[in-house]
Design a protein around this ligand. Structure first.
Ligand SMILES: C[S@@+](CC[C@H](N)C(=O)[O-])C[C@H]1O[C@@H](n2cnc3c(N)ncnc32)[C@H](O)[C@@H]1O
Length: 245
C-alpha cells in the first residue's frame, strides 16, 4: 500500500474481529432517520473532500460520480453544481426527500421495475438520481459505470460480514481510469460496537488490493466531544485514494 501521508502515527488496533458479527438491519437504519439519530450527517459537507475536490476531479467535465449509502450528503450538490452527474443509493426514503427539500431541488420519482418496491428520485435537471433501495439490490437496476466514487460513511457503515460483497459491487461499478476516494475511521473497536465500524489497513488491502493501488492521502484527528458517548477518547479519520492497478 503506497503511503504519501504526513505521519500522524495513527495506530492500528489488533481487535477488529470484535465487530465482525455485528448486524444492523435496513429497518434499523430507516428507524434512525425517523428518530433523527443522524449525527453522521455533516451540514457543511466533508472538509477532506473539500480539500481534495479539485485533485479528485482532475479538471475533467461531465463525470459520473457514485455515492454509495448517500444519506442526504450535501457533497452530492457540489458535484452536480460543477456539471457532473451524480447517482446515489440510500435505503431511507426520508433521507432522500430531505436531501432534495434542503437543497431546494425539484424532483420526480418513479418505480425501479427490476427491484420490487424500490424507487428512483431524479432531480428535474436530470443530473442527480437517488435510488431508494439496498446497495445489494442496486446492481439489478443496471445503473452503468462510474468515473468517481466518494465513499464516506458507507464502507464503515455496512455490516462487517458484508464487506466482500460490497467491495465487489463497488469494483463492478467502476470504469477505466476511475478514482475512488474513501474515508474510514480508526478507533478502539473494543470500546464502541459501531457503526461506524473500524476497518483496518489489512482489510482494505484484502478487499481492494487485488484490483486497486491504494494510497493514503491524509490522516486527521477527528475526535469531538460527542465521541465520548462511544466510550472512546481518540478517533482518527483516514482518506484513501484507490486507482486502477
Ligand atoms: C453513516 S450514514 C452515511 C450517510 C452519508 N454517506 C453521509 O456521509 O452523510 C449511512 C447511510 O447508509 C444508509 N444505509 C445503510 N445500509 C444501507 C444499505 N444496505 N443500502 C442502502 N443504504 C443503506 C443509512 O440509511 C444511512 O443513511
Amino acid at each position: 500500500m503506497a503511503d504519501t501521508r504526513s505521519s500522524v502515527a495513527v495506530k492500528e488496533y489488533p481487535d477488529a474481529e470484535v465487530q465482525k458479527n455485528r448486524v444492523l438491519t435496513l429497518e434499523e437504519w430507516q428507524d434512525k432517520w425517523v428518530r433523527r439519530h443522524i449525527s453522521f450527517h455533516q451540514e457543511q459537507g466533508h472538509q477532506l473532500l473539500k480539500k481534495y475536490l479539485d485533485t479528485f476531479l482532475e479538471g475533467e467535465s461531465g463525470l459520473r460520480v457514485f455515492f454509495p449509502l448517500c444519506g442526504k450528503a450535501v457533497e452530492m450538490k457540489w458535484f452536480a453544481d460543477r456539471g457532473h452527474s451524480v447517482v446515489g443509493v440510500e435505503i431511507s426514503e426520508l433521507g432522500i426527500r430531505e436531501f432534495f427539500a434542503e437543497q431546494n431541488i425539484s424532483y420526480s420519482e418513479e418505480p425501479i421495475p427490476e427491484i420490487s418496491g424500490a424507487k428512483v428520485f431524479k432531480s428535474s435537471s436530470g443530473n442527480i438520481s437517488l435510488y431508494c433501495c439496498s446497495i445489494y439490490d442496486l446492481p439489478r437496476a443496471n445503473i452503468g459505470k462510474f468515473d468517481r466514487i466518494w465513499d464516506r460513511g458507507a464502507l464503515v457503515a455496512i455490516n462487517p460480514g458484508d464487506r466482500e460483497c460490497y467491495a465487489d459491487i463497488m469494483l463492478s461499478l467502476l470504469r477505466k481510469g476511475f478514482q475512488y476516494l474513501l474515508a474510514i475511521l480508526s478507533y478502539d473497536p473494543t470500546k464502541h460496537a459501531g457503526p461506524p465500524f473500524y476497518v483496518t489497513d489489512a482489510e482494505l488491502k484484502k478487499l481492494f488490493g487485488p484490483k486497486c493501488t491504494i494510497r493514503c492521502l491524509e490522516e486527521t484527528d477527528a475526535f469531538k466531544e460527542q465521541h465520548r458517548e462511544w466510550g472512546i477518547d481518540c478517533l482518527f479519520e483516514k482518506l484513501y485514494l484507490l486507482t486502477e492497478k
